[in-house]
Design a protein around this ligand. Structure first.
Ligand code: NAI
Length: 331
């Protein structure tokens, strides 16, 4: 297959080229994000390979169909930016990498949670400035605290297991409870109760119309004093403006993010020479109790190798006329 790879970084090219070396597929790498405006780059290709912030809306998919593209290979788990109804209408097969390393994301969630709680971001910059004072760095013991996990699929369950290792009480909310979490002595409760009782809330559910702004003004008011919210799932799960108000009023004790509602225009690029025009993001950066990474939870050696291998295996399957392992069912 001729595969046009979008949003390519050097680490993508390395991993995919290694995984595809014996496959017979011919990969062309583009740095551009895949959008309706850039879709024509896929001319003369059978498939496109896209990443989390590529915009596979109806217009983009229509262009791809007109160019003869038959397959969309998402090299990530989430597919909330793919218009699945349009893909189905245009006869495009969509495949993804359902699980590549739940450990990568769950472990980064722990890093964010501990980093925020113990204010490591502030401590590090102070020490670099030879400021060895401790004021403002006080955290709390994780031991014995109640952790609320929203979404107990692959990643949420690994996170639950790790939190049990900290001797935390685990509360969970998921429309489809998971026996493994119950075996770990996690307790499923309603979402509002989870907000009322948790010292730390971690989000691990997909972004859908149902979960959009699941963390909103009303639920933020339910939190116990000083509670932290950690989001390594998708930015749209949190109403960011409501979170800013809750941080300003002190209702929210801290916020750690690996994802942000409007990240598509920001993340994955070096913008240090540019003026930041996103005022909401700029306000987030102004809080001492906000810790942000730019969608790097997946970014481990193991995860990148698995992503590349599964992506090429998905292409192999379609080339052989078989359903790919990571097939995304039409909407
Ligand atoms: P998964 O599909 O294994 O689990 C998702 C869980 O969410 C399922 O158990 C599902 O029943 C549950 N769920 C669905 N609707 C819900 C609702 N309304 N409320 C609560 N739970 C609900 O997905 P996985 O692999 O655990 O990934 C979770 C999310 O993590 C993905 O959707 C993706 O957005 C994000 N992710 C982020 C990465 C990063 O680098 N920051 C990397 C990989 C995934």
């Amino acid at each position: 297959m001729r595969i046009a790879v979008f949003s390519t970084k050097p680490y993508d090219e390395k991993g995919l080229s290694e995984a595809a070396s014996d496959s017979g597929h011919d990969l062309t790498y583009f740095e551009a994000r895949l959008t309706a405006a850039t879709a024509t780059l896929a001319a003369d290709h059978d498939a496109v390979c896209a990443f989390v912030n590529d915009e596979l809306d109806r217009a983009c998919l229509s262009t791809l169909r007109d160019l003869g593209v038959q397959l969309v290979l998402m090299r990530c788990a989430g597919y909330n930016r793919v218009d699945l109804a349009a893909a189905d209408e245009f006869g495009l097969t969509v495949a993804r990498v359902p699980a590549y390393s739940p450990y990568a994301v769950a472990e980064h969630t722990i890093a964010l949670m501990l980093g925020l709680n113990r204010r490591l971001h502030r401590a590090h910059s102070r020490v670099r400035n030879q400021d060895f004072s401790l004021d403002g760095l006080q955290g709390f013991d994780m031991h014995g605290k109640t952790i609320g996990i929203v979404g107990t699929g692959t990643i949420g369950t690994v996170f639950a297991r790790l939190m049990r290792g900290f001797h935390c009480e685990v509360l969970a909310y998921d429309p489809y409870p998971n026996d493994e979490v119950v075996r770990l002595r996690g307790t499923y409760v309603e979402l509002d109760e989870l907000f009322e009782r948790s010292k730390v809330i971690s989000l691990h559910c997909p972004l859908t119309p149902d979960t959009h702004h699941l963390v909103d003004e009303r639920r933020l008011k339910l939190l116990p004093e000083g509670a932290l919210v950690v989001n390594t799932s998708r930015g749209g799960l949190i109403d960011t403006k409501a979170a800013i108000e809750a941080l300003k009023s002190g209702e929210l004790g801290g916020l750690a993010l690996d994802v942000y509602e409007e990240e598509a225009e920001l993340f994955f690029e070096d913008r240090s020479e540019q003026i930041l025009t996103d005022d909401v993001f700029a306000r987030l950066l102004s809080f001492p109790n906000v810790l942000i990474t730019s969608h790097q939870a997946f970014f481990t050696n193991e995860a990148l190798a698995n992503i590349a291998q599964t992506t090429i295996a998905n292409a192999d399957a379609v080339a052989a006329g078989e359903p790919p392992e990571g097939l995304v069912e039409p909407a």
